[in-house]
Design a protein around this ligand. Structure first.
Ligand code: ATP
Length: 283
């Protein structure tokens, strides 16, 4: 095998709660995550030596700052791989958007190189390595519907939520995950979502209740700085969403809809300059 093509899927959070802060600065989280069919196309080719990253995205670094690069480096060092790789990333997941685009690429490179170089690592071993790259990487290796705890690495699969369409809106600015967590830490009053109610709704396959039970503690932080997020949420709700929420540390907002037509109609009502919009399904 000389090359492998693999997709790195983005995610949305149906919930994100911060349970505490560790002494090393990491946060204990509780999240419900879903993979969406918005993905980066990754091609990994064997070369003679070194790591080369190519991408169609002008702002994406192609050196050690790129998680795909670091994923390749990790495996090449650990398994003393003498050959090299050329990784081509066709980026579709918006960046610094709360959709784990970097983690998705890192996860795809770990999974892809495991096959390309016949490393025979089990999924759990890949996830353990992935955690060295970032807290969302183990989830991205797993994908689908999951309940995550710890820093995001303790994963339990969940029932697939009932068929629905996801309207996704990305405002034209980035939010740094580090900034969102640091600002959250400084809040004197903290409001938490009812994750158990959301888990019950998923178990009961009640899409309406799922929409009503979503919650993200980082929303309060990010909305305070960027009120347009609240504006997008309320427009999605006004135009038929069963629930609407910011994903991750934002600024991307999504709504859950019963039909593709309803999702498209709601997105048409969002006339804010520079926003990017997608209508997707869950994986
Ligand atoms: P999360 O939801 O996990 O917090 P995010 O969607 O907010 O992630 P990313 O798109 O993963 O954020 O990117 C955050 C930063 O990571 C960017 O500033 C970017 O430079 C860096 N990064 C490194 N590798 C990648 C990659 N392959 N794709 C996107 N961003 C990457």
């Amino acid at each position: 095998m000389k090359e492998i093509k693999i997709k790195g899927y983005g995610k949305i959070n149906l919930s994100l709660d911060i349970l505490g802060r560790r002494e090393n600065g990491y946060h204990d989280l509780e999240m419900v995550m879903e993979s969406v069919d918005l993905y980066d196309d990754i091609c990994i080719q064997k070369t003679n030596a070194g790591i080369e990253v190519r991408t169609n995205h002008k702002n994406l670094p192609t050196d050690e700052r790129n998680l795909a690069y670091r994923a390749a480096q990790l495996l090449m060092e650990k398994f003393e791989i003498k050959e090299g790789v050329r990784i081509t990333i066709d980026k579709n997941i918006p960046m610094a958007a709360g959709m784990a685009g970097g983690s998705a690429d890192g996860a795809a490179v770990l999974t892809g190189m495991n096959q390309l170089f016949s490393l025979k690592l089990r999924k759990e071993e890949l996830q353990e390595l992935g955690l060295k790259l970032g807290a969302d990487v183990p989830y991205c290796i797993e994908g689908g519907s999951a309940h995550a705890k710890g820093v995001g690495e303790i994963l339990s699969p969940l029932k697939k939520i009932p068929a629905c369409w996801i309207g996704i809106v990305k405002p034209d600015f980035d939010v740094s995950t580090k900034w969102a967590f640091e600002t959250y830490d400084k809040l004197s009053e903290k409001r938490h979502p009812n994750t158990q109610r959301l888990l019950d709704a998923i178990q009961e396959e009640d899409l309406d209740k799922i929409g009503k039970s979503m919650g993200n503690v980082l929303e309060y932080v990010t909305i305070e700085e960027y009120p347009v997020i609240a504006e997008i949420k309320s427009k999605l709700m006004k135009h038929g969403a069963l629930g609407a929420m910011m994903t991750g540390s934002g600024p991307t907002v999504f709504g859950i809809f019963l039909s593709k037509e309803k999702a498209l109609d709601a997105l048409n009502h969002i006339e804010i300059g520079g926003v990017e919009k997608w209508v997707q399904t869950l994986m």
